[in-house]
Design a protein around this ligand. Structure first.
Ligand SMILES: [Zn+2]
Length: 343
């Protein structure tokens, strides 16, 4: 009987404590000291629980029995400690997802007058040492390959390039050789990368063939020698220069012979890893890694790969290439491999 009473009292107290939701006025961020502050309305301290996933560096704070005001909202910060914050408002609880940068530690505490929950950040700040150049092939008046159901290569690769940019921004500086549907010459692309001191060049394309039978993913690196097949793909991509009044032969190889060998080795390693993980994750054929004389890769001073995401002329490949769900998977796999390469 006594036990029942205690149980009922607990339920009652629990219900009472929830009947009045604590109002969260807002969430703000300080630079010095680096903090995330949750401002509370009134004198009652809200409870909170914390979950941290090491692999994704995703921190989740839940504040049960609270209600968040209009100023309590998601933010993109691109800061030294936090990349972005997403706020989720439940019916009687508030959740905050914070995407932390590398090597960041955190400590949470209450402060009073006024009441607030403070998360202090410390650790070695991620300075984003490396710059990745993302080169979405074609654009503007140059549609690239026109495939099954008239899908344009330029649109598909631009979409994947943007997903890749979002993936990489957490850990890298990112340069896009084109950030809209505009025409950029082959020569301008590596030049943009060199001018911004890019550490790696990722050129994104989709393949095509006349029969519509070819399918799968393949990666290319710059090589002065190539197989007849790789040479054909390179001439096809290089031909878009000529089509729009540019002689891709004019694009000089700017790396010296030693750098050429070193970059080639590095590019092959990245290409091989990519072809293997991409084909597994996307369930697409692995067509391997080939060397060929691609104008865009030749002009860049560093390792680089040209990726043919799939065949735009093949109806099964197109089915994946056109869907944002698969485009995101493609971008994620490319980003994972770049991360693995640098860190
Ligand atoms: Zn292309």
């Amino acid at each position: 009987m006594k036990r029942h009473l205690v149980f009922l009292l607990t339920i009652l107290l629990y219900t009472l404590s929830f009947s009045q939701l604590i109002n969260l006025k807002g969430i703000r961020f300080n630079g010095n000291p680096p903090q995330m502050v949750i401002d509370v309305d009134g004198a009652i301290k809200p409870r909170f629980s914390i979950d941290y996933d090491e692999a994704s560096r995703l921190l989740f704070i839940e504040l049960p029995g609270t209600e968040a005001g209009d100023n309590f909202k998601s933010r993109v910060l691109n800061g030294n400690y936090i990349e972005k914050v997403s706020v989720v408002k439940y019916s009687n609880s508030t959740g905050v997802f914070a995407f932390l940068n590398k090597n960041v530690n955190f400590k949470t505490s209450y402060r009073t007058d006024p009441v607030r929950v403070v998360m202090d950040f410390s650790g070695k700040v991620n300075k984003k040492e490396y710059t990745i150049v993302i080169d979405a092939g074609h654009g503007g008046k140059d549609p690239g390959a026109v495939g099954f159901n008239k899908y344009h290569e330029k649109d598909i690769v631009f979409s994947v390039a943007n997903y890749l940019r979002n993936e990489l921004l957490r850990d890298f500086n990112v340069i896009m050789t084109r950030s809209t549907d505009n025409f950029v010459s082959l020569a301008q692309r590596p030049r943009k990368g060199n001018n911004s001191k890019g550490d790696m060049f990722i050129s994104i394309h989709a393949n095509a063939d006349k029969s519509g039978k070819g399918s799968g993913f393949e990666a290319f690196y710059f090589s002065k020698k190539s197989s007849p097949y790789a040479e054909r793909v390179a001439s096809f991509e290089n031909s878009f220069g000529a089509k729009y009044g540019e002689d891709s032969g004019d694009i000089a190889q700017i790396m010296g012979e030693l750098a050429y060998k070193k970059n080639q080795e590095e590019s092959i390693k990245l290409g091989e890893n990519l072809a293997s993980t991409y084909s597994k994750k996307l369930k697409m054929k692995n067509r391997g890694v080939h060397g060929a004389n691609f104008a865009v890769l030749r002009g860049f001073d560093g390792p680089g790969v040209l990726l043919e995401l799939g065949f735009i002329s093949n109806k099964y490949d197109v089915w994946k290439l056109k869907q944002s769900k698969y485009q995101r998977l493609m971008a994620k796999d490319i980003a994972d491999n770049i991360r693995k390469y640098f860190y």
